[in-house]
Design a protein around this ligand. Sequence first.
Ligand SMILES: Nc1ncnc2c1ncn2[C@@H]1O[C@H](COP(=O)(O)OP(=O)(O)OP(=O)(O)O)[C@@H](O)[C@H]1O
Ligand SMILES: [Mg+2]
Length: 325
Amino acid sequence: MADWDGVHLHVVTGKGGTGKTTVSAALALALAAEGHRVLLLEVEGRQGIAQLFDTSPLPYEERRIAVAPRGGDVYALAVDAEEALLEYLELFYRLGRAGRALKKVGAVDFVTTIAPGLRDVLLTGKAYEAVGRRRAGRLEYDTVVLDAPPTGRITRFLNVNTEMAGLARVGPIRHQADSIMGLLRSPRTAVHFVTLLEEMPTQETLDGVADLTQAGLPVGGVVINMVRPPTLRQTDLQAAAKGRLDRSQVTAGLVAAGLSDEPGLVDGLLAEAAELAERVALERQERRAIAAAGRPTYELPWLTDGIDLGGLYELADTLHRQGAA
Ligand SMILES: Nc1ncnc2c1ncn2[C@@H]1O[C@H](COP(=O)(O)OP(=O)(O)OP(=O)(O)O)[C@@H](O)[C@H]1O
Ligand SMILES: [Mg+2]
């Protein structure tokens, strides 16, 4: 049993730069393990997934980008609002070639640019379509992971179809908007937050959790990313915080390690230890604040060599061991 069994759409948000794309990919790998099919979607038009997996930019086509642990496949798609609009025109108006002609004259680009809300309608619509798509009598994907817009925009993004439903009272567009909101508000969706043990991302996470809750959208878990294990023991950290580390012991340690014991070096190490103690104390505070949100929480280590495919598998395995997938 994993924490999110029954969830078909995982939405990953968080403050910019905290690791949304990385965590989305790791989660997709973890969910795909043991023979599942997972689709990883990105909607910010930046080809972050292709960069992460070190492949050429993704065309508007679902491509297999990784094989999961113990067999399973991760597919990826960089959703393009214009292409999604053409799909819609085809679906609702059977425009087909005429739609392509609209694109040629720039009308499609025009429409998605003047109405940024429409862009989000199209992007969430694509996620909805992928979640429900069937092939040979069964769901094409077991789960879909959406590398979503950052915390500041996530509620509006997910709620855009409510606005749409307010505009269209009846008809296919209204029906589509209602269906999308039906999925996004249901327990089949979970919106996860990525954060760091720092004040700003944590505050954004807590605000985001409150916003989503108020909007009736399903909050998932919190992934604390880039966690650095303290390099000192608890007792030494406490001493360092009070400026009471034993100077002679530090000097003796340097000598034992065959290093210079000049006073400048010892002073530098003592200052670093004090800084570390301060950071660890702050991190403890952030951890408490995150725990107060009462959501399942996962911790991913800071990988010192950066993120390559091996690193992604490592993060996926950590998520799996912590019960996220
Ligand atoms: N656990 C980790 N250990 C080490 N580096 C990491 C870790 N997670 C993410 N990174 C690195 O941090 C940077 C930001 O990560 P990522 O691109 O996933 O963030 P993001 O939230 O998607 O950013 P953006 O807001 O720009 O879309 C990248 O260089 C990534 O390789
Ligand atoms: Mg990203």
